[in-house]
Design a binder for this molecule. Structure first.
Ligand SMILES: [Zn+2]
Length: 430
């Protein structure tokens, strides 16, 4: 059979076994797997891969190895629960010759569905209505994981003998930075020639990720009875000066930072490819006391072009400028500390063989030439890219990820599986 025939036959198999893809996605959605609680779903996947006659391994993150890497940071879920019951799952479909290898990788963790009263469907129900499958993680990214497994099953069932190895892996804590997940597997698994991560890209081709860091600002005040508030110093009011300084820095950065790949794929992002988000502020005990301390937590995200150190310096300088302008703050400077997410951005070489191949296969299966996307959020693909491996995100259509009534389109998940399967044939060789 020619490549073209093989590709058609695996695509047909995927279409005929559409029910299996739906069932597998539902099975994954029905296991809650909020970052930190990934064991059950990984056991489910381990068994699924064993039933596929593969030899999956449970791979637990090892802090001693991780800490030596430049991209290591302590994730917030690690601080909360550690890595003890949080395995990654990985296996290899071994090729028959010396073809090019590829890794199919997806994250099993999801964000919390709270507050539940916002949902009109069961977030862990996997309900299907027409083409849509609902649930937390349906789009981000359990349908994508199902698509990559079904693509490999199609290859097996149609007796396609690939020459290159296909690595399959499901990882933990992507929502938290992917350190114990994708980064750890890059440190202990064999190096590959390319990778596909079926995050929900709406059939665009994700070729970049943003830098992401978290920071905290702590401001001190002086407590006093509210009746004699002027004897104290109100930490909330002092924190407002810091908030304004961060807002000014944000506006300035948004005016001067651009990233064409993102702006062209979504014009609404123009002027917003970098953001300082004030995520939490906590302060005060009750109305009758002048608050003595205020703490702000923020995420800064930015596209490729700036280093982590340059961005940190800008934030610290903005806080130190506002400190100088206020007598109390000058005497009691706010403390800035960096915690959690500490990710470098990445962008791939858009002229590489792999990008051209993906573009061609997406166009053939989906019927539309994909746009390039990425660069406004952190992604696991950066860990491949920083090792010079072309790693793309490409996945189904979805709406309301990280929000109420998240859904994924089944038809687009089938197309994702077809695109992955045809790319395995072209890339690994037969
Ligand atoms: Zn995701």
């Amino acid at each position: 059979m020619t490549n073209k025939h093989l590709k058609n036959s695996v695509r047909e198999w995927i279409r005929e076994n559409n029910e299996q893809l739906v069932k597998l996605t539902q099975g994954l959605v029905r296991i809650p797997s909020i970052s930190g609680d990934e064991l059950k779903i990984q056991e489910f996947i381990h068994k699924f891969l064993k039933d596929m006659k593969l030899k999956p391994e449970m791979i637990y993150p090892d802090l001693e190895i991780l800490r030596k890497d430049v991209d290591y940071f302590e994730t917030t879920s690690f601080s909360r629960v550690g890595y003890k019951n949080r395995p990654n799952v990985a296996t290899t479909l071994t090729g028959s010759g010396d073809g090019r290898s590829i890794c199919l990788t997806g994250h099993v963790d999801v964000v919390s569905p709270e507050p539940l009263e916002g949902w009109t469907r069961d977030p862990w129900g996997g309900e299907v209505e027409d083409d849509l499958l609902y649930g937390r993680g349906s789009g981000d990214m359990k349908a994508g994981i199902a698509a990559m497994f079904i693509a490999v099953q199609a290859i097996q069932e149609q007796d396609v003998e690939l020459m290159g190895d296909v690595q399959l892996e499901t990882t933990i804590e992507e929502e938290d930075g992917g350190v114990g997940g994708n980064l750890f597997l890059r440190l202990v698994r064999p190096k590959v020639d390319a990778a596909i991560n079926p995050e929900p890209t709406m059939h665009n081709l994700g070729v970049a990720s943003g830098g992401v860091m978290y920071f905290r600002v702590t401001v001190k005040g002086v407590p006093a009875h509210a009746a004699t508030a002027h004897f104290g110093v109100n930490a909330i009011e002092k924190m407002m000066l810091v908030v304004n300084a961060l807002r000014d820095l944000n506006s300035k950065r948004q005016r001067t930072t651009s990233f064409k790949i993102v702006e062209e794929s979504d014009p609404r992002m123009k002027g917003h490819v970098t953001t300082i988000n004030i995520g939490t502020i906590s302060s005060g005990d009750w109305p009758s006391t002048v608050p003595a301390k205020a703490i702000l937590e923020s995420r800064i995200g930015w596209p490729p072009g700036e280093t982590r150190e340059e961005v940190q310096k800008q934030v610290e300088e903005a806080v130190s400028e506002v400190t100088k302008s206020d007598p109390w703050l000058s005497e009691n400077p706010p403390i800035v500390d960096w915690f959690g997410w500490y990710a470098r951005p990445h962008v791939l070489d858009l002229e590489s063989d792999f990008i051209h191949l993906m573009k061609r296969n997406i166009t053939e299966v989906v019927g539309v030439t994909p746009k390039f996307a990425g660069g406004s959020a952190g992604l696991d693909t950066r860990f491949f890219a920083h090792r010079s491996i072309p790693a793309v995100t490409f996945g189904p259509e979805t709406q309301r990820i990280h929000s109420f009534d998240e859904w994924v389109s089944i038809e687009s998940t089938l197309k994702t599986a077809e695109t992955i399967a045809t790319t395995l044939i072209d890339w690994c060789g037969v």
